[in-house]
Every structure is written in structure tokens, then in C-alpha cells.
Design a protein around this ligand. Structure first.
Ligand code: GLU
Length: 488
């Protein structure tokens, strides 16, 4: 490719199933490559397998790409980027290949081919079409498929930007079908015609397609086009180095979204899954676009590491603006609060949600974890942590709670600094450490001994709610108190 040519790459998913991490990473690498080279990123829907392709899956692909922030420059909803809309183009290219003698008509029926296949199997050989019709001059009037005339000897070489030189012996490749007897084009033919007509300069895809590449290279040449540059990305592997699948946990992008991973975090993690840039780990989409290079994509399969994903996710949550987190957190609050939740709408005020998110963002690896930790902001603790009460609910606790309640009632300014002043004064009056009082309050308002800064939590709950929870804790301590005379 000449330096002045614009880079044009494509992500070409088949809408036949859920959107997996492997596909997302392929999309990301194409996007990053295009952005790095100020090129064009094209989305093409490979829906020729009409029995398995669905419109729902197409919608899902567009949704997921948008959620990940992988914006495409050409593609749906503009018409002409679904293969089922392009059958005339494939047929025209097939006819041209026939006219130029690069393809030929084949009248071998399914029965004949099945019998040949069975015979090859019996001989424990790989089936190859024997070229029965290659020189037969089958007339157009007979039902026929169209086959590509492949070289009979020599080698086809793939100069892969990631894998290096990969050589295929031509005598292992047979004259493959371009257009079936029913007039429908085959998958490999559509891919080549699309890549040619869409002027694709670099084909970046999963290495599960490597075996298609020599067939496709011959087809490019037959059509009279230069081959694009190929880059086959190694697979994503499970920790046991097997192919990643359902049994290893989440594999689809929607599952990760539902687990409360921010899209930037997932993009960051997927970028590092096979690609590296020095020792850096945290990359924004902009950083990825700036630094991405195929030369730094590893040849070996990349192992999916859930702990690392959670660490990256934690870093992105920690760095996110509270307002953004509040928006992202909202859909997770309903499930965390449960169906019986009667929390009032005022508790979901955007500014309050942002403050809640800010208080929890250093303590959450996912939005699900954040939502679970946020429950006490919406309703009183359902129970008090047993270890916490064992440690802090001693004989003095009822008195201390009673004092705390009275002082909170008398307290006018209800902000973290004023509350800290109140607790410091009270602690020195009572000859206690600040923490002894603060932990009592923390247990009362959150149910636990670990939470975001207690005065901050109290302020977010408001004075009335804080006092109500102190009173509830006092009642609970009273109930738990051993009867008088039981040896206090
Ligand atoms: N449609 C293929 C897939 O979803 C991609 C083909 C290609 O990139 O050439 O795996």
C-alpha cells in the first residue's frame, strides 16, 4: 500500500449469536488501527447465512459497538453494508470471473459430491474436489454452480502482519464454489468481493479465518485486485489455555455490561489482551488509538484473566467523574435494592447519586459492587453486623447512643466538618476516642464497621434519617442488653 493511501479496515461480524469478547477485540483492533492511521473504519454485516442470522443480533451488534464507543465511519444504518443487500454485486463478479475463464461451471450434483466425500473419508483422506468439470465446458443451460480455478501446484503465501509468513501448498486447496447452483454466493466469495469493492486495505480478523485466506488470495488475484494486508489475531484463551467458552464464566459483552464493568474499562482490558505498549496498563480509547500498532500484537493466544479485568475496572471506576458514575450506577440500584424497595424518588436525586458514587468509587470493582454497597443510602440496615456489635455494643453503648441522639438533635450545621467538630468535642467531654463514638454511629447508619467516611454518610442521609437510625440502634442495643442483675 502506498503511504498516501487511506487506510480502510472493516469489522465484519456474522449476526448469528451473542457478541463475544473475541469479536469485540477484533472490532477494537480494527477501530484502533483506523483511528491511529486517520483511516476509515467500516462495519459490514455478514448475514449470508440466512438460517442463522437475525435482525435482533444485528441490533445487538450496533448497540454493543455504540456502548463500547467504537464508532464506525461507514456501515449500517446506511444501506448496502449487509451482504444480503449485495447479491447482485456478487453475481456480477461471478459472471466476470466466468467470462474471463477464471471460474467454471460445475454440474456435479450433491449426490455425486457426497459420494466422493464418503469415499475420501473411507480412505481417511481429506476431501478435495477432483476438478471433474474444470475442463468440461458445462453449458449455461444446465443447472450449475460456479467454481474458482485454483492453481494446481506451487504455494500460496500469506504475509501476515502478526503471524509472519504462512505458506499453504496449493495442492491442498481445491476449486471452491463461488456461487451455488441455487444462485446464492458463498461466504468466502462474498468476503472477497466486499473487501475489494469496499477498498479494504488491511484485513484484521481472528486467526480462526487463517485457513480461508489462501483461497481468498487466489480470488483477489483472479478478480485482478491487489490483496490487502492480512493480520490474523490469535484467539482469546481460558486460563487453562483451552478455547474460551461459557463454562469459563462471562464471555459476551452484554454479560460484562450487566456485571457493571464500565465500557472504557472493558475496552482497556481488551486492548491489552494481546497488544502491549511498554509496561502501560491503563489506556483510554484515545491512548489506544494513539499508540496502537499491529507490530505489538502478540503471536500467541492471550489468556483471559478475570482478576485483571476487575482491577482495570476498579481503576476506571476510581477515575470516573461522580456524575458519570451516578448515571452508570442507576440501572444497578433497582436489583440491589430488591423488588420490595419503597425508597422515595428524592433519594435518587442526581446530585445525591453523584455524591453517593463519589463516596464509593474507591471501594468498588464493578457497578454491581457499588450498588450493593450503596443500599444503606436508600434504607436503614436490615441487620447489624454481628462482629461489629460484639465489639462495640458493650454496656456503655445505650448511654452513648442516647447522648449521640440528643447532640444530633441539638446540632444545627449538618455538614462533615461540623459533625467532626461535634464528635471531637463529645469524645473529649466523655473521655473517649473519636473512633469509639464514630463507630457506634457507623454501625447505626450502615450496619457495619467499614464504610465511606461516616460524617459524609450521615450528611448524605440527612439529619432526620441519621437520628432515626441512631434511635433504631439504641432500641436494638436495649433489646440485646442482658436483663438487669445478670452480672453487668
Ligand atoms: N464474518 C466473520 C466472523 O464473524 C468475519 C470474516 C472476516 O473478518 O473476514 O467471524
Amino acid at each position: 500500500m502506498a503511504m498516501s493511501d487511506t487506510v480502510r479496515v472493516r469489522f465484519a461480524p456474522s449476526p448469528t449469536g451473542s457478541f463475544h469478547v473475541g469479536s469485540a477485540r477484533t472490532a477494537l483492533f480494527n477501530w484502533a488501527f483506523a483511528r491511529h492511521h486517520k483511516g476509515v473504519f467500516i462495519l459490514r454485516i455478514e448475514d449470508t447465512d440466512s438460517s442463522r442470522s437475525t435482525d435482533e443480533h444485528i441490533v445487538q451488534i450496533l448497540d454493543v459497538l455504540r456502548w463500547l464507543g467504537l464508532d464506525w465511519d461507514e456501515g449500517p444504518p446506511t444501506p448496502g453494508y449487509r451482504q444480503t443487500e449485495r447479491f447482485d454485486i456478487y453475481r456480477a463478479h461471478g459472471e466476470r470471473l466466468l467470462l474471463e475463464g477464471r471460474a467454471y461451471r460445475c454440474r456435479c450434483t450433491r449426490e455425486i459430491l457426497d459420494a466422493l466425500r464418503a469415499a475420501a473419508k473411507a480412505r481417511k483422506e481429506q476431501f478435495r474436489y477432483p476438478g471433474t468439470c474444470r475442463e468440461a465446458g458445462v453449458p449455461a443451460s444446465e443447472p450449475h454452480a460456479l467454481r474458482l480455478r485454483m492453481p494446481l501446484a506451487g504455494q500460496t503465501v500469506v504475509e501476515d502482519a502478526i503471524l509472519g509468513t504462512v505458506t499453504f501448498d496449493n495442492d491442498t486447496l481445491d476449486d471452491w464454489i463461488l456461487v451455488r447452483t441455487d444462485g446464492t454466493p458463498t461466504y468466502n466469495f462474498c468476503v472477497v468481493v466486499d473487501d475489494v469493492t469496499m477498498k479494504i486495505t488491511h484485513v484484521i480478523r481472528g486467526n480462526d479465518h487463517l485457513n480461508n485466506t489462501p483461497k481468498q488470495i487466489v480470488c483477489y488475484a483472479a478478480l485482478g485486485y491487489a490483496t490487502p494486508l492480512f493480520a490474523h489475531i490469535p484467539m482469546i484463551l481460558a486460563p487453562d489455555r483451552s478455547k474460551m467458552s461459557k463454562r469459563h464464566g462471562a464471555t459476551t459483552i452484554e454479560e460484562f455490561r450487566d456485571q457493571g464493568i464500565l465500557p472504557e474499562a472493558l475496552v482497556n482490558y481488551l486492548a491489552r489482551l494481546g497488544w502491549s505498549h511498554g509496561d502501560d496498563e491503563i489506556f483510554s480509547p484515545k491512548d489506544i488509538a494513539e499508540h496502537f500498532a499491529l507490530a505489538q500484537v502478540g503471536k500467541a493466544g492471550a489468556v483471559f484473566d478475570r482478576e485483571k479485568l476487575l482491577w482495570v475496572s476498579y481503576e476506571w471506576i476510581r477515575a470516573a467523574a461522580p456524575e458519570r458514575l451516578a448515571g452508570a450506577l442507576t440501572p444497578f440500584l433497582g436489583p440491589a435494592l430488591g423488588p420490595a424497595s419503597a425508597a422515595s424518588a428524592a433519594l435518587f436525586d442526581p446530585a445525591r447519586l453523584a455524591a453517593i458514587a463519589a463516596s464509593l468509587k474507591e471501594r468498588s470493582r464493578t457497578l454491581v459492587e457499588m450498588a450493593e454497597q450503596a443500599v444503606f443510602y436508600f434504607r436503614p440496615p436490615a441487620a447489624y453486623d454481628a462482629q461489629a456489635t460484639a465489639k462495640f455494643w458493650g454496656p456503655e453503648a445505650p448511654h452513648r447512643y442516647a447522648v449521640l441522639i440528643k447532640r444530633h438533635q441539638a446540632q444545627e450545621a449538618f455538614d462533615p466538618e461540623s459533625l467532626e467538630g461535634l464528635y471531637r468535642g463529645l469524645a473529649s467531654e466523655m473521655g473517649l476516642k473519636l473512633v469509639d463514638l464514630a463507630q457506634l454511629t457507623r454501625i447505626a447508619i450502615t450496619g457495619k464497621t467499614a464504610s465511606p467516611p461516616v460524617f459524609q454518610v450521615a450528611v448524605l442521609l440527612g439529619k432526620a434519617e441519621t437520628i432515626a437510625r441512631l434511635k433504631a440502634a439504641l432500641a436494638a442495643v436495649e433489646r440485646a442488653k442482658p436483663p438487669v442483675g445478670a452480672g453487668r
